[in-house]
Design a protein around this ligand. Structure first.
Ligand SMILES: *Cc1c(COP(=O)(O)O)cnc(C)c1O
Length: 486
């Protein structure tokens, strides 16, 4: 399998070439040159692999379709080491539970940091360690987080050879639980940098450091952000696992409802659907930051400024633009790299928007690619959490509530298509991460998994730094004692 860029560069690259990279050199995102097609016989084989050997074996089979530069035995070992009951809390890894007529919850949030980002990040940690050892290289991951991404990255990279993490976060602005999760890590290779500023300051610092090409090269700065293809690929697996749990036969279909921000999660669903997994609808659920809902309703993609980006009670979906969206638009435009470059390059940077409403291909987002969308507000979130608890005794987190709200709305507007057994709502976090809103909705604290009891009292390992690029660079220099081999 070769990879190409959404902006037209087709010089062939292999999986491990792009594993440690961010954007393609032409500013595009990497995608496979084609989507491997799963026919009915292969689907049946994958179902029995999943039923008999479990999630890790299914992951290996799917990853193998996209990765041909890691020996099969090594890739299998990496999958088996990553997707264990020990790390993900259950043998099923992504257990499916019926909620009500026509709706299931697929749990993606039983990993180390209780959010779905663990599903991909845990694999990424093991892939990075493997590939860096093979090359005799090291990598310094520099990131900015307001919560979920940073903790998932740290728990994936802790103790890994050849990797250091420098994670900036806005001082005092993450929830006490999130701070405790990150700052209680005592691993030598994990550096928490609390920046006196807001999240945008942290992002600006990361950008400034990455734009200093000499520094970036000398200190081998890398990232783990959501545009990384390996993260997306890891997520494709749980669409298959959800499908196999919800259906008995391979002529049945399902819908997925996906709480969305950067379009990474639902883009993996799009890839699964393009491979031939029988998905009828992909339902994109946003919060008040409704960039994506607006596009699927109107054909207009309009990036928000920081003044129009709201801080909400589903904060991991608070985005001003959806960084993975370009991948879908590339497919929507018939994989036309020049057209994609025109939209996401000149158009977006010039006007902050583009409009496909008059383009005949826009209608195919629904008809051919199965997309539907909706949005959810703080009020909807509280109502959904409360109603779900009252009706089913189940406490869901704020992001999952956005997904469920929109899933119910879509079902009410249009019943399941013939042959479609259910809508699977992806549960993207556990409620304990967003306890304040749960208390507001239910008047009680959400349950806390045993391993997190008392974490706020653990010793903290964090360095408070001013929002100053030079200071952050100096910190990195001081903590990279040995020059990396060239
Ligand atoms: C990151 C995140 C999302 C959004 O996922 P995208 O891939 O950015 O669309 C939703 N819910 C939770 C809990 C998250 O951490």
């Amino acid at each position: 399998m070769n990879y190409l860029s959404t902006r037209g560069d087709t010089s062939p690259k292999k999986f491990c070439d792009i594993l440690l990279e961010g954007l393609a050199p032409d500013g595009g995102l990497y995608l496979p040159a084609h989507y491997p097609q799963i026919d009915a016989a292969q689907r049946a084989a994958l179902r029995s692999t999943f039923n008999n050997e479990g999630y890790a074996a299914l992951a290996f089979e799917i990853l193998s379709l996209y990765i041909d530069d890691i020996p099969a035995a090594d890739l299998k070992a990496i999958c088996l080491k990553t997707y264990t009951a020990d790390v993900f809390g259950t043998a099923a890894i992504v257990p499916l539970t019926p909620l009500e007529e026509g709706i299931y919850l697929e749990a993606l949030s039983n990993g180390p940091t209780l959010a779905f980002k663990d599903m991909a990040m845990q694999l990424l940690g093991n892939l990075f360690e493997y590939e860096l050892a093979r090359r005799g290289e090291s990598l310094n991951i520099l990131g900015a987080t307001s919560g979920d991404t940073g903790s998932a990255a740290e728990y994936a990279m802790r103790g890994k050879k050849g990797v250091r993490v420098f994670m900036t976060s806005p001082e005092g602005r993450m929830s006490p639980f999130q701070q405790a999760q990150m700052f209680s890590l005592q691993d030598e290779n994990i550096h928490n940098l609390a920046v006196t500023g807001v999240f945008d300051d942290c992002q600006d610092i990361v950008k400034a450091v990455s734009n200093d090409l000499a520094f970036k090269r000398n200190y081998r700065i890398g990232t783990v952000n959501s545009i990384n293809w390996a993260r997306l690929l890891a997520q494709v697996v749980y669409y298959f696992a959800g499908y196999f749990q919800a259906t008995q036969t391979d002529d049945q279909k399902v819908n997925f409802a996906v709480p969305s921000g950067n379009f990474g999660n639902v883009c993996a669903g799009h890839v699964a659907r393009m491979m031939g997994l029988p998905i009828d609808r992909l339902i994109v659920a946003t919060n008040e930051n409704d960039v994506l809902d607006e596009f699927f309703r109107t054909g207009v993609y309009r990036v928000r400024g920081s003044a129009d980006t709201f801080e909400t009670s589903s904060p991991s979906m608070d985005i001003s633009k959806a960084s993975n969206f370009e991948r879908f638009v590339f497919d929507l435009l018939g994989r036309d790299g020049a057209a994609t470059r025109a939209l996401f390059g000149a158009q977006l940077s010039g006007t902050g928007r583009f409009d496909l409403s008059a383009d005949a291909r826009f209608a195919t987002a629904a008809t051919r690619y199965g997309f539907e969308s909706g949005k959810s507000t703080h009020r909807n979130r509280l109502d959904t959490i409360r109603a779900t608890f009252e009706q089913h005794g189940v406490v869901i987190d704020t992001h999952t509530a956005d997904g469920l709200k929109v899933a119910r709305e879509c079902l009410a507007a249009r019943p399941l298509a013939a042959g479609t057994v259910a809508t699977l709502v992806l549960e993207t976090a556990l409620p304990i991460k967003f306890a304040q809103t749960i208390v507001q909705a239910l008047g009680r604290e959400p349950d806390r998994p045993a391993k997190f009891i008392g974490i706020e009292a653990l010793p903290k390992r964090v360095m408070v730094l001013p929002a100053d690029v030079a200071v952050v660079k100096a910190y990195i220099e001081a903590h990279c004692p040995e020059p990396f081999p060239a």
